[in-house]
Design a protein around this ligand. Structure first.
Ligand SMILES: C[S@@+](CC[C@H](N)C(=O)[O-])C[C@H]1O[C@@H](n2cnc3c(N)ncnc32)[C@H](O)[C@@H]1O
Length: 236
């Protein structure tokens, strides 16, 4: 995915500028099981992208706390966290269709009433659909690292996106980011530290959060001997 030779793809933003995307759509095939889940379950669990703010109560049928996960991949960690915390709501944002199909399968298999999916670019979703001061947390597990220097502009965790993240959190809400890319963690630490309304919960990097399951991407990374680094920032 990231790190290879990619075209400089981007899209026109609504403000008339040109925005570079933080992802390249993976060509990975959607399996038959994933397609079946997409066909049967999207109507119930996927929230279509719209240009107007979401009403969480209408979507979940309750006023429970809401966490947004950006780039859930195959959604295994999302499903596990949601299953452990039925009293909290989770919105997963992902552009990878096979991953959306897989998380829909998990939702049905684990009978999760507290997960919804938005299949769209997270930047648009936050800007248009998520009301300011409405979220309890962001989970950003192994965002695409964009290793090559000329691709670093595609990284998600940088300003102005970090300002948007902060604006969507309630006071006391948190951002948990994890990556195995040391250089990305250093830059994310600087970018998040520069947001006035965010406070680093630790002196520098955070210890492993015990509630956090190992993600699919992390499994591969660990098998290659790469240890993850975590960041934990609180909105004040
Ligand atoms: C390296 S993968 C990690 C997936 C998963 N979190 C894990 O740890 O296994 C990063 C994921 O973020 C998604 N992604 C990147 N930029 C995104 C964006 N702007 N909006 C939604 N998803 C995005 C990609 O499609 C990809 O699936």
């Amino acid at each position: 995915m990231a790190g290879g030779d990619v075209l400089e793809t981007g899209e026109a933003s609504n403000s008339g500028g040109f925005r570079i995307k933080s992802y390249v759509l993976r060509s990975g095939r959607t399996s038959k099981a994933q397609q079946r889940s997409l066909d049967r379950l999207s109507g119930a669990y996927c929230v279509p992208f719209t240009e107007s703010p979401i009403d969480f109560r209408a979507v979940f049928g309750n006023d429970n706390h809401v966490t947004v996960e950006i780039g859930f991949g195959m959604g295994s960690a999302t499903a596990e966290i949601a299953s452990e915390n039925p009293q909290k709501n989770y919105i997963g944002i992902e552009v990878f269709r096979a991953g959306v199909g897989r998380l829909l399968w998990e939702i049905e298999n684990r009978r999760l009433a507290n997960v919804r999916i938005i299949e769209h670019d997270a930047i648009d979703v936050l800007e248009k659909m998520i009301p300011d001061g409405s979220l309890d947390a962001f989970h950003i597990f192994f965002p695409d690292p964009w290793l090559k220097k000329r691709h670093r502009k595609r990284r998600l965790v940088k300003r102005p996106f970090t300002d948007i993240l902060a604006s969507k959190l309630k006071n006391g809400g948190y951002i948990c980011m994890v990556s195995d890319c040391a250089d990305y963690c250093d830059s994310a630490l600087a970018e998040l530290s520069a947001v006035k309304t965010l406070r680093n919960a630790c002196l520098k990097f955070a210890p492993r959060q015990r509630w956090r399951p190992i993600t699919k991407f992390e499994e591969k990374s660990l098998s290659r001997g790469r240890a993850p680094t975590e960041l934990l920032f609180i909105k004040e």
